[in-house]
Design a protein around this ligand. Sequence first.
Ligand code: SAM
Length: 347
Amino acid sequence: MKNRRRRKGPKKTHRKNYKKSRTQTFDRKFYSKEDIFISRMASILQLPKGEIKHLFYKRSRTTIRLNHLIADPRKTFRFLTQTKGWELQKINGFKDTYFINNADKSVVSKTEEYLNGDFYIQDLASILSVYILDPQEGEKILDMCAAPGSKTTLISAMTDNKASITANDSNLPRIGKLNNVLHQFGSKNVRVTNEDGILIGRVTPDHYDRVLLDAPCSGEGRVYLASSKPLRFWSIKRVKSLVSVQRELLDSAFRALKPGGTLVYSTCTLEPDENEGVVTHLLKTFKNARVESIDFVDGLDVLLTKSIRPGITKWSGKEYHHSLSKSLRTVPSPEMMGFYVVKIGKG
Ligand SMILES: C[S@@+](CC[C@H](N)C(=O)[O-])C[C@H]1O[C@@H](n2cnc3c(N)ncnc32)[C@H](O)[C@@H]1O
């Protein structure tokens, strides 16, 4: 009996393999989180890694839009250029919107005029998503994930405070910020709600003329690699975990939209699964959902269009709905952060 007991420990052959694998571990290259991030961005954006590194190490320019809800834009322009000495470069296609060529965000955001609400500091990609939404006076508009309110204040400005806006966010501390921002920048006719966006579509189906879903995301488009710990919140695990809430939010946003209305889904991330993947899921779920063309970008300067790419339909062995080539992705550049925008219609 004793002799038939199995010997403890690995067999001789296993030991051989064990030694071999230890040697292999020694030879293996160590990849930092930054290496992984850069390789992934290079693969998504189809650019060489060297170029990607360069893009994510550059700070974006300061962009402002003059806010006619608080002050006369001509007076603000004169004050900022003549008294402050700022060099404002007009951005064609966007009303009262300028790059500041000689003042940093940290300086601009401390001025009395900013605190007074005379102008708003906002990345051009974020502005672009609201132009694609194209809000109109008299409409019912839902901003489903609104805090801290950059896009809500632009919707108010574009509709001259004559639309009926619902600005929602599930995060209570951020609702406080949203209320302050709306007050500071003169937004009126805004009903602020603190709901889980996932529930809104079932509570108010077919209700809104336009819905903006600027979804919570992994934020790759905002990464600035020269800052301290730029990737502390980023991981592939996090990307994967966001997809299910993004799908549920988009389902809900689509339900809340009136037939014939316009839904814009946007994120400040570049991940196809958080963007084209989420919309592909919507298109499979709702037969009356369709992706619409974004004509607005056709008339923009080449300075901007060179950073705008069509949506992806195949990536890393996955296929996304063919119509998503009509969506767009902005490549991070000094002019705009990385962003994704798709316009969806309801039949
Ligand atoms: C990208 S930020 C929105 C930025 C905002 N649109 C702007 O332009 O200022 C995403 C927001 O979604 C909110 N959020 C996350 N999950 C949510 C949910 N289930 N329902 C509603 N809001 C949610 C977060 O609190 C966060 O404020």
